[in-house]
Design a protein around this ligand. Sequence first.
Ligand code: LER
Ligand code: MN
Length: 267
Amino acid sequence: MKIGCQETLLPGNSIEEKFKIAKQLGFDGIEVIGRNLLENPEKIKEYKKVSEKQGIKISSICAGYKNFLLEPEIENRERARKEIKNLLEIGKELEAVGLILVPIFGGPKIPNLAPYKDAYELEKELLLSQLPEIVEKAEEMQCCLLLEPLNRYETHFLNRLEQAVEYCEKIKSPYLKIMADFFHMNIEEADISASIRKAGKWIAHVHLADSNRILPGMGHTDFESGFKALKEIDFKNYIVLECGVPEPKRENLEKSLKFMKEILKKI
Ligand code: LER
Ligand code: MN
């Protein structure tokens, strides 16, 4: 397993400083923020250069699309697919494992057409009807689409790993995978380790935060059993910090990294 950190968590005032600090602290990769790259395409080359110079990989791209696949307006869904495909091209250039994909935040935006079909049934079909187009691009770019289940306060749609696995099993592409976020799993899964083992081969990326969404080691989530389950499914990709970092940032990042590395050594 490789350990990464979202770029926004790192101290430092420039891309170069952040990558340098991540390397010094002992991270293996950095997750970059998609919106930043879409709005400033000139930065893509800079990220690539800095990543090569500092010897630290870009693990993944976190979201970045303004519109969502489950919006009611056709032009908004088209915009979502366009930006997702654009981000997959950037993912290829940066050699990222994948792009995180959240189909919709909040409640349903499309109407409930019961008794014909309720909003959730329509959303499921709407997602399935759009996946082939973006999965084809993911395959072409060799950059995974990473479906991310979120807790119920952030989305009504995908809350547990098994719900995301349904789409992977229907589409069956090596480039449609899921990502497992410990913060959301801590709220939604009955048993984090069992869910990880069950989702098994479909998990291609992981987000880490403790129960209080700050650094691992600062709350009460049981990372040892979760990491053991990841080891059992032979997970070799990135586990990436996505959480609050209390001051002093550098010292606390170092402490949390030590906490995680000790668990990984022990299991
Ligand atoms: C949001 O809570 C989250 O976990 C992000 O990874 C979504 O892009
Ligand atoms: Mn996440």
